[in-house]
Design a protein around this ligand. Structure first.
Ligand SMILES: Cc1cc2nc3c(=O)[nH]c(=O)nc-3n(C[C@H](O)[C@H](O)[C@H](O)COP(=O)(O)O)c2cc1C
Length: 182
């Protein structure tokens, strides 16, 4: 059984990123346990708090990430970059020095946007940060979901079959990527 942590770069209750994450979670195969690891409650990274007793939410996040075989990021774009909540999770997970949770983890990135360019800026800024942390990010298929506000029906399902097929093929590719690296 492969465990995949899904990190969502939006705190909004009605977030399209979260809806997309839930759809992707439902598309993985039977031998995958994918679930959202919550990052909304992580205190902003501050090395003054990196004591023998760091914030409980940091420790909980770090511990749950140590158990996974892969990480999937699903994020919107904020001002052509990564939303602060997700960057904060990356920073929290990168410390303390020598104990980063990211080392050698297979990763994949999905960006979403209400506009036409699919969160390209966020996608690639995120790639830059996590590649530095030795996350092995799958290069293709790339996923930039544009016009996300038109994507979901009233049951929060993606309607378009071609989009569903593409996302399903992305989950297959990511499973194979994890297998290659483990
Ligand atoms: C502070 C802020 C900055 C944003 N900047 C961008 C941007 O650079 N590019 C873009 O396509 N959308 C931008 N948006 C729109 C978001 O991508 C859009 O609201 C999206 O639905 C947010 O994701 P969510 O639905 O998962 O919360 C921005 C929204 C906010 C709140």
């Amino acid at each position: 059984m492969k465990k995949i942590a899904v990190l969502v770069g939006s705190m909004r209750a009605d977030s399209f990123s979260r809806k997309t994450a839930n759809e992707l979670i439902s598309m993985f195969g039977d031998n995958v346990e994918a679930k959202i690891v919550e990052i909304n409650n992580l205190p902003l990274y501050n090395s003054d708090l990196e004591t023998a007793t760091p914030p409980a939410a940091w420790s909980e996040f770090r511990n749950s990430m140590k158990e996974v075989d892969g990480v999937l990021f699903v994020t919107p774009e904020y001002n052509r970059s990564v939303p602060a909540v997700l960057k904060n999770a990356i920073d929290v997970g990168s410390m303390p020095y020598g104990n980063a949770i990211w080392n050698d983890l297979p990763g994949a990135i999905v960006s979403i946007a209400q506009g036409n360019i699919g969160g390209f800026g966020a996608n690639h800024h995120l790639r830059q940060a996590v590649v530095f942390l030795d996350v092995h990010v799958m290069q293709t298929p790339e996923v930039y979901l544009s016009n996300i506000q038109d994507m979901f029906n009233s049951d929060d399902k993606i309607e378009n079959q071609a989009t569903r097929d593409f996302l399903k093929s992305f989950t297959y590719a990511f499973e194979a990527w994890i297998d290659r690296l483990n």
